[in-house]
Design a binder for this molecule. Structure first.
Ligand SMILES: [Zn+2]
Length: 303
């Protein structure tokens, strides 16, 4: 009974949220009687408490919890340590003192800091970052906590068992969601040597997703993407990058180097993913926001 109610609430939340987005795009089509012009100004409605069915109006009114999952970009930002990759660079080209205006120029690999991997990153003929449909960038999301196993094994892979355990505890992952993994690796973000975690032979050691888990999420849950708080959705020691290939083939995206995943509820939140729109790009630095109603009860009830 409780679970059925929670699922209904979660579904209703999705509908209400979608309706909110529709209402923004088509303000005259929201199906509401128009307000008298001065009624809107003179008769403010009493503030309603945040509900378990958040809307964009709740978000705009500051009633939702909102977490920025992106790290700031600077010359220390971690990036994939490949040949020809360069650190982020920022140069001032005009100053208030000299020019009356502050302006800068920057350069960066696409795969630096908090960023999105587009389907064409590993797969020919698949969408580039600018071709990802806008509607795929607004999603339900969940976060699977694997900090425990990762603390014992830096090469840990988020497993199908982890996904199943998550669903037993928090309910079925919604269709078209983005599935995040909190590996705890973000605690090394400020120390790039530790974040890369190379062994004596130069191989990287950090956790990632298992191909089995990602295949399940793509085939059975129709996810839009997966993301985590390390340099790569494939673990550091991977040589063949199976998760990147699976995501690209399915026209899903990856999110890497996410921040603040420990501030999220396990489920019942929404993700806004805003990658830089580089034409033909294989990905790019992204702002990623999570939002949810503070009173949302769908996130932690194991009943
Ligand atoms: Zn990448």
């Amino acid at each position: 009974m409780t679970r059925a109610l929670l699922v209904a609430l979660a579904l209703a939340g999705g509908v209400a949220f979608s309706a909110g987005i529709d209402a923004l795009e088509q303000p005259s089509a929201a199906g509401q009687a128009p307000l008298e012009p001065d009624a809107a100004v003179d008769s403010p409605q009493p503030a309603a408490p945040p509900s378990a069915t958040p809307t964009l109006a709740d978000l705009a009114a500051g009633k939702l919890k909102l977490v920025d999952l992106a790290w700031p970009l600077n010359d220390k930002s971690a990036y994939w340590p490949g040949e020809n990759y360069q650190p982020f660079e920022l140069h001032t080209i005009a100053t208030l003192e000299k020019d009356g205006v502050l302006s800068k120029t920057f350069s960066s690999p696409e795969h630096l800091g908090t960023h999105l991997d587009a389907p064409n990153h590993f797969e020919r003929g698949k969408p580039s970052v600018d071709q990802i449909p806008a509607e795929d960038l607004f999603s339900h999301a969940v976060v699977i906590d694997v900090r425990g196993p990762v603390s014992a094994d830096a090469d840990y892979l988020v497993s199908l068992d982890d996904v199943r355990r998550f669903e037993r505890e928090h309910g079925r992952i919604p269709q078209h969601a983005v599935v995040l993994a909190n590996t705890g690796w973000s605690k090394f973000w400020k120390n790039s040597t530790r974040y890369q975690n190379r062994d004596v032979r130069g191989r990287l050691h950090f956790p990632g997703f298992s191909p089995e888990a990602v295949k399940f999420l793509i085939d059975k849950r129709e996810v839009r993407g997966v993301g985590l708080d390390t340099l790569s959705v494939d673990r550091g020691i991977s040589r063949d990058f199976p998760v990147h290939h699976l995501l690209g083939q399915a026209e899903c995206y990856g999110l890497e180097n996410l921040a603040h995943l420990d501030e999220l509820p396990p489920a019942g939140f929404y993700l806004f993913v805003a990658p830089i729109k580089i034409e033909t790009g294989s990905g790019g630095p992204a702002r990623v926001f999570a939002a949810w109603a503070p009173s949302d009860a769908t996130g932690g009830d194991g009943s």
